[in-house]
Design a protein around this ligand. Structure first.
Ligand SMILES: Cc1cc2nc3c(=O)[nH]c(=O)nc-3n(C[C@H](O)[C@H](O)[C@H](O)COP(=O)(O)O)c2cc1C
Length: 273
C-alpha cells in the first residue's frame, strides 16, 4: 500500500518537464468492455473484495471527511487572499475548490465553519467581496501549507509564510507575487450550507466571479492560449495531509457523432437483428 509514513522517503524530485505518454489503452474501440485488456481484467478482479456502502446520514462526520477527501482526488488548491472590513489581511488554502462554469467565469470554494464561528476567509469575502485565488506551485508549497495555521482573527498569515504581496487590479485583497496564475474574484453568491438533520450551518459555499486572470508569461504555453502544466508545477491535494505532483499526462480525443455515428448505429442493429 502507498504510504507517506516513515523516515526513509526519497527526496522530492522537482517537476522539470511535463511528460505526455500514450493513453492507458490506445487501441480501445467504442463498445469494447474493460475485461478485454489484462489491466482491465485485473481491475475488475477487485470486485471480489466486495463493497462497503456508507449511509452519510448515519456515519460520523470525521469518517465521511476522511473517505471523501481521499476518494475525490486529486483536488486543485485555491490559495485565497482576502481582507476584512477593518483591513486585516488573510491567506489560507482551500481544496474544496473548482471552476464551476464559464459564462460568466465562476469558481467555487467551500469554507467549513468550526463549532464557534465561520473561517476568516468566508467572513472577509462576505463583508469586503473581493479576493484572489492564487494557484500554488511546487517551489512554495511549504509556505502555502503553513498558511493553514489556525491563527487568531486579526493575525495575518502573510509575514509568517514569507510570501510577498502584489497589488490586484481591482480588489483590495493582494495577490501572491510568487503565484504564476492568479484569479482576481468578486463575490457572486455566498450560500450557507445547512445540515438537513440539525439545520445548523456547517459551511459557506463561496461562488466567485473571476474578474481578472493574471498569468506569468513564462507559464503560458507556446500557442498563447493555455497554461503549460510542466511550467506551472501546480500541486494537487490528496486525502489526509498528502499532496500530489502534476508531471505526467495523456490526451484523449473527444468523440463526435459525425465520426462514429454510422458505426455505432451499425453495431446496434447487428446486436438487435
Ligand atoms: C491544502 C489544504 C486545503 C484545505 N482545504 C480546505 C477547504 O477546502 N475548506 C476548509 O474549510 N478548510 C480547508 N483547509 C483548512 C484551512 O486552510 C484552515 O482552516 C485555515 O486556517 C483557514 O483559515 P482562515 O480561518 O484564515 O480562513 C485546507 C488546508 C490545507 C492545508
Amino acid at each position: 500500500m502507498a504510504t507517506s509514513e516513515g523516515s526513509n522517503l526519497p527526496p522530492f524530485s522537482p517537476t522539470t518537464e511535463f511528460t505526455f505518454t500514450e493513453s492507458p489503452n490506445p487501441g480501445w474501440k467504442h463498445g469494447q468492455s474493460v475485461e478485454t485488456t489484462p489491466e482491465g481484467q485485473a481491475w475488475m478482479e477487485g470486485e471480489k473484495a466486495g463493497w462497503t456502502v456508507l449511509d452519510t446520514s448515519k456515519e460520523e462526520m470525521r469518517k465521511i471527511y476522511s473517505v471523501l477527501v481521499s476518494g475525490i482526488v486529486p483536488r486543485p488548491v485555491a490559495f485565497v487572499s482576502s481582507i476584512s472590513e477593518d483591513g486585516f489581511e488573510n491567506l489560507a488554502p482551500f481544496s474544496w475548490f473548482n471552476q464551476a462554469c464559464l459564462n460568466p467565469p465562476i469558481i467555487t470554494l467551500a469554507c467549513l465553519s468550526n463549532s464557534k464561528s465561520a473561517k476568516d476567509t468566508a467572513r472577509n469575502i462576505k463583508s469586503t467581496k473581493g479576493f484572489t485565488v492564487n494557484i500554488i506551485s511546487e517551489p512554495w508549497i511549504e509556505q502555502a501549507n503553513f498558511a493553514s495555521i489556525d491563527a487568531p482573527y486579526g493575525i495575518s498569515e502573510w509575514p509568517i509564510t514569507g510570501l510577498t504581496k502584489a497589488p490586484s487590479v481591482q480588489v483590495k485583497a493582494a495577490r501572491v507575487k510568487e503565484s504564476a496564475f492568479v484569479l482576481e474574484c468578486e463575490l457572486y453568491q455566498a450560500v450557507e450550507i445547512k445540515n438537513p438533520q440539525t439545520d445548523a450551518v456547517s459551511s459557506t459555499l463561496i461562488l466567485g466571479l473571476v474578474k481578472y486572470i493574471h498569468m506569468r508569461n513564462d507559464v503560458i504555453g507556446p500557442t498563447g492560449g493555455t497554461i503549460d502544466p510542466g511550467k506551472l508545477k501546480a500541486v494537487g491535494r490528496l486525502g489526509g495531509l498528502n499532496y500530489s505532483k502534476v508531471s505526467e499526462g495523456y490526451t484523449l480525443e473527444r468523440p463526435a457523432w459525425k465520426d462514429f455515428g454510422d458505426k455505432i448505429l451499425e453495431s446496434i442493429s447487428a446486436s438487435n437483428p
